[in-house]
Design a protein around this ligand. Structure first.
Ligand SMILES: N[C@@H](Cc1ccccc1)C(=O)O
Length: 501
């Protein structure tokens, strides 16, 4: 039998009684693992050997894990500081924390693990370290040491799980391929195998000399491993937005568009937000250092001012507080996309609208929030409203139920809230599939006459602003908004996420 050179080498090095990994063969034969893998698959096609695949787990320390290995686990540092200060009595927590040198998030980590591991008890602001505890025998420290020196297989599975939950180690899996000769392979070997010159490239020389007729060409192996190519790809959050768009269009909604930086008039004043409302300070919204908006639209401007001063209707109540056009013309980054709803309802976007109408947008809103696991400075809001003659809270809830059902969210909760521009108003909540926590996912209500009348609308309008990232977190189980939006999103996730929303 004639086979290409690498295949001959592999058959000769393989064994019928011993399973050999591709890597060990590559080492021994001084070939690249990829070419041994290719030869192995070709030989498997010929029936001369079996390729056996298994997965192998590799474990490594994260940066945090390595820091703790060097400086000590926070709970042990806290325990030792407590023990030194304690003298048999409980010690004041703040004092021990100070003495331990722990800071920031490490303090919470230390406190919860100290109690979990039985290094002591924490009660009414005091720590009582257990004098008999033995941090030298700490399983997690021993495990971190073992992993660092390449002996992860000595570590118990539940300790690995625990370290992974704490973010101190990373586990990854890879495919290990091994080969074993089949009976046919053994027979072929006994009958004799010779090297056939296999050619993997057709050259002009082979063609002109006519030699191509006699040589053996190596075959294509479409199953061979190839380098990953990271092509351009939609961001998963963008795909989520597209999916939401499809759902809303399917529900009969049309899309609104409008400026990210807009006059406060459209962002706040049209929404019956008093000019001295706390959300209108620069603590909450981003003002831009640009010239103010030119003239505000006649009619709407006067009616909005009237609503603020005296309210609307016979016995209307305004705010009886000053209303100034200067503030209304100031340009801000919109803190919500309800500015678009105000523009569309006023008629300046699409002309006067007759009921029934349904509009939505999925656009960015900007807020001067404190960044944490559920807040960013910018996020995508799913804005929407329905205009019709007679609307009730049932219509609002029914719309949400129908919308969220499309994403598998069927346990919505509603909580009454207050917005200056809606009455009644409801916050929406959904349960996080991983943490089980109830997360706020939106805010909604039925627009008040104080908002609608100045805009020239004389029927009911129900409306909402939902957070796209929060929906994404409920759908994907992501626990931190920074894992789905912004510069901290894991690049591997962006490259490999198969969007399935
Ligand atoms: N503007 C509200 C959402 C909302 C829109 C429309 C009606 C009611 C509430 C927010 O940003 O939270």
């Amino acid at each position: 039998m004639k086979l290409p050179e690498t295949q001959v080498a592999v058959v000769e090095a393989a064994s019928a009684t011993e399973v050999r990994t591709v890597e060990s063969l590559a080492d021994e034969l001084d070939h690249k693992p990829a070419s041994i893998t290719r030869a192995a698959f070709e030989l498997e096609d010929e029936g001369l050997l079996d390729v056996i695949e298994s997965t192998d787990e590799s474990v490594s320390l994260t940066d945090e894990g390595r820091t703790y290995l060097e400086d000590g686990l926070p709970e042990i540092r806290l325990y030792e500081a407590a023990l030194e200060a304690a003298d048999g009595d409980p010690v004041e927590m703040g004092e021990v924390i100070g003495a331990s040198g722990l800071e920031g998030g490490a303090v919470d980590i230390a406190l919860s693990n100290l109690a979990r591991k039985g290094y002591g008890e924490i009660d009414s602001g005091e720590i009582s370290p257990d004098p008999d505890a033995d941090p030298d025998a700490d399983e997690e420290v021993t495990a971190l040491e073992a992993i660092e020196s390449g002996d992860a297989d000595l570590v118990a599975e539940d300790t690995l799980d625990q370290l992974e939950r704490r973010g101190l180690i990373e586990r990854s899996e890879r495919t290990v391929r091994s080969v074993q000769l089949t009976d046919e392979g053994v027979t072929a070997l006994m009958e004799g195998i010779e090297v056939a010159e296999a050619v993997d490239r057709l050259t002009s020389e082979l063609l002109t000399s006519g030699e191509w007729r006699d040589v053996e060409f190596s075959e294509y192996n479409v199953a061979a491993d190839a380098p990953d190519i990271d092509g351009g790809k939609h961001h998963p959050l963008r795909s989520m937005a597209e999916r939401v768009k499809d759902v809303l269009v399917g529900m009969g909604f049309e899309e609104m568009q409008g400026p990210h930086a807009d006059a406060e008039f459209w962002i706040n004043d049209c929404l019956f937000m008093p000019q001295d409302h706390p959300a209108r300070t620069h603590w909450d919204q981003f003002a831009l250092d640009v010239p103010p908006m030119g003239a505000l639209p006649d009619g709407v401007r006067e009616r909005v001012e009237g609503a603020h001063r005296e309210g609307v209707g016979e016995d209307g109540q305004g705010y009886h507080s000053p209303w100034g056009e200067e503030m209304a013309r100031q340009i801000d980054l919109r803190g919500h996309t309800t500015s678009l709803s105000a523009r569309y309802l006023s008629g300046i976007a699409e002309g006067d609208l007759e009921p029934p109408q349904r509009y939505f947008s999925i656009e960015k809103a900007y807020r001067n929030d404190e960044i944490d696991a559920t807040h960013l400075l910018e996020f995508f809001q799913i804005e929407g409203w329905v205009m019709a003659e007679d609307l009730s809270v049932r219509d609002l809830m029914g719309t949400f139920t129908e919308f969220y059902e499309q994403f598998g969210i069927t346990d919505l909760q509603f909580k009454p809230t207050y917005n200056p521009y809606t009455e009644p108003s409801f916050e929406l909540f959904g349960e996080h599939p991983v943490t089980g926590e109830v997360v706020e996912i939106g805010n909604s209500g039925i627009f008040r006459p104080e908002m609608l009348e100045p805009l020239g609308v004389d029927c009911d309008v129900m409306a909402w602003g939902l957070a796209l990232e929060r929906l994404m977190m409920l759908v994907t189980g992501a626990e931190d908004i920074r894992d789905v939006h912004g510069t901290l999103v894991d690049l591997d996730y962006l490259r490999t996420e198969e969007v399935r929303y």
